[in-house]
Design a binder for this molecule. Structure first.
Ligand code: UDP
Length: 476
């Protein structure tokens, strides 16, 4: 661990599992680099401070309730309005605290989706860098939203779904990060704000690595005048998994269950923390998995199946009849599961964390994206990195069985996919070694932040004048 640098970083995650995990991983990376960490979080989905005794935590009350996360669009829009004042009060107090006089605040790192933080940071003359927790390639697709609007892609007509969008090849209309909504203008408003305030920040940190996404990185670097720091995969910088930032308790018993299986024999199935499927899709998946005859470990999160509490839609005796070939848990220690030698394939919704975690372990994927950037990720997994297959048809048992059988084969297409997945895993390891791209990018980030200080005339550097931060960028 580097010596303490006498600087504090304020970190603000978006309060959703897939955003909290990478932000807290980033916090641990920066702590290891010698910085002190304060996490500013909401009352909703707040992390567990006791799991991070070396960080300080500040909670803001914002009045956006839990139920609203099921309507993601309105949840995000509301959060970006209701958090402004409590966030500003909180940061002002932190900047004026006695601790800040001893250990100045160097910078705010905000989730890019918390775009409201830019105006607050400007107002308080605090440098703001954003963390974008999704893929760089999907960000390039989001940037093209004026095109979606101009072509009227929301609501999406079935007849154009298969059309290629040549500006974003190899994406087709159905791979675009669109959502089903009756209010497309609200969606465009969200994207406009999120993209504008990312551009207004002093830099973007990515949980990705150069070798994986260099074309997208080059494209963005041309459009943005701010530096990009692809320092991922975050969790691989750390010695322990991200279980401490899990909002749901992870069922460790599945590791013992995996221990009883031979290498590459198990299909791991999980759709992350937000996606929901219908009861019919759930039952079809269950039969498809059972009929494939491969053992499976399935995360059925309460709330995954629309209209059901948990697994009551399963035919009675379903698991018992499989005689130990299937296990269902409510939430798993996913990083450990994917790193387990028994896991041979990951049936995933292609959330970015899941995709990257799978890439890091060389586990081939079966992609079943549900919404927004998951669809871009799925297309990249199957057609750019070619480390998985995408379920293109409806969720029906015959198709599920077919695709599992294809990917779990020891020869043919499956072997080629596995070989590519193992090569990508190696690249993910290399970028974190000394001199590797992500390690170098992390060092560049640290130097960049510390350079803000040298431009301030204030001895305690409590407030770093914005123009000095801007100068740091110009010199960069
Ligand atoms: N995860 C987990 N246990 C599970 C399923 C998921 O710990 O049973 C973690 C997973 O490792 C990942 C995060 O939850 O870090 C999900 O993020 P992702 O971006 O894949 O999907 P989202 O939940 O945002 O849709």
């Amino acid at each position: 661990m580097a010596g303490r640098k006498g600087r504090r970083w304020l970190l603000t995650p978006l309060p959703l599992q897939g955003h909290i995990n990478p932000m807290l991983e980033l916090a641990q990376i920066l702590y290891s680099e010698g910085f002190s960490i304060t996490i500013i979080h909401t009352t909703f989905n707040s992390p567990h401070p006791s799991n991070y005794p070396h960080f300080t935590f500040s909670c803001i009350q914002h009045g956006v309730s839990q139920t609203q996360s099921s309507d993601l669009l309105n949840f995000l829009l509301q959060l970006n309005v209701k958090c402004v004042e409590p966030f500003k009060d909180c940061v002002t107090k932190l900047l004026r605290s006695d601790e800040a006089a001893v250990e100045p605040v160097a910078c705010l790192i905000s989730d890019a989706m918390c775009y409201f933080t830019q105006a607050v940071a400007d107002n308080l003359h605090l440098p703001r860098i954003v963390l974008r927790t999704a893929a760089i390639s999907s960000y390039v697709a989001f940037l093209a939203y004026p095109l979606f609007r101009q072509r009227g892609y929301i609501p999406t007509q079935d007849c154009i779904l298969e059309e290629e969008v040549k500006e974003l090849a190899p994406l087709r209309v159905k791979d675009l990060p669109l959502i089903k909504t009756e209010e497309p203008e609200k969606y465009y408003e969200l994207l406009r704000n999120f993209l504008k305030e990312t551009k207004a920040s002093l830099g973007v940190i990515w949980n990705s690595f150069e070798g994986l996404e260099s074309p997208a990185l080059r494209k963005l670097s041309k459009e943005f005048s701010i530096p990009m720091f692809p320092i991922g995969p975050f969790h691989k910088h750390l010695s322990s998994s991200s279980s401490s930032s899990s909002l749901i308790s992870q069922d460790q018993s599945c590791i013992a269950w995996l221990d009883t299986h031979p290498p590459n024999s198990v299909v791991y199935v999980s759709f992350g923390s937000l996606a929901a499927i219908t009861e019919t899709e759930f039952v079809e998946l269950a039969w498809g998995l059972a009929n494939s005859r491969h053992p499976f470990l399935w995360v059925v999160r309460p709330g995954l199946i629309k209209g059901s509490e948990w697994v009551e839609a399963l035919p009675s005796g379903f698991l018992e009849n499989l005689e130990g070939r299937g296990a269902i848990v409510k939430w798993a220690p996913q990083q450990e599961v994917l790193a387990h030698s028994a896991v041979g394939a990951f049936w995933t919704h292609c959330g970015w964390n899941s995709t990257l975690e799978s890439i890091c372990e060389g586990v081939p994927m079966i992609c079943m994206p549900i919404f927004t950037d998951q669809k871009v990720n799925a297309r990249y997994v199957s057609h750019v990195w070619r480390v998985g297959l995408q379920l293109e048809k409806r969720v029906e048992r015959e198709e599920i069985q077919r695709i599992i059988t294809t990917l779990m084969d020891v020869n043919g297409e499956a072997k080629e996919i596995r070989d590519r997945a193992l090569k990508l895993k190696e690249e993910a390891e290399l970028c974190l070694r000394q001199g590797g791209s992500s390690r170098s990018s992390l060092q560049a980030l640290v130097t960049y932040i510390l350079s803000f200080d040298s431009f301030t005339s204030q001895p305690s550097s409590l407030y770093i004048p914005f123009r000095f931060a801007r100068k740091a960028i110009d010199d960069w």
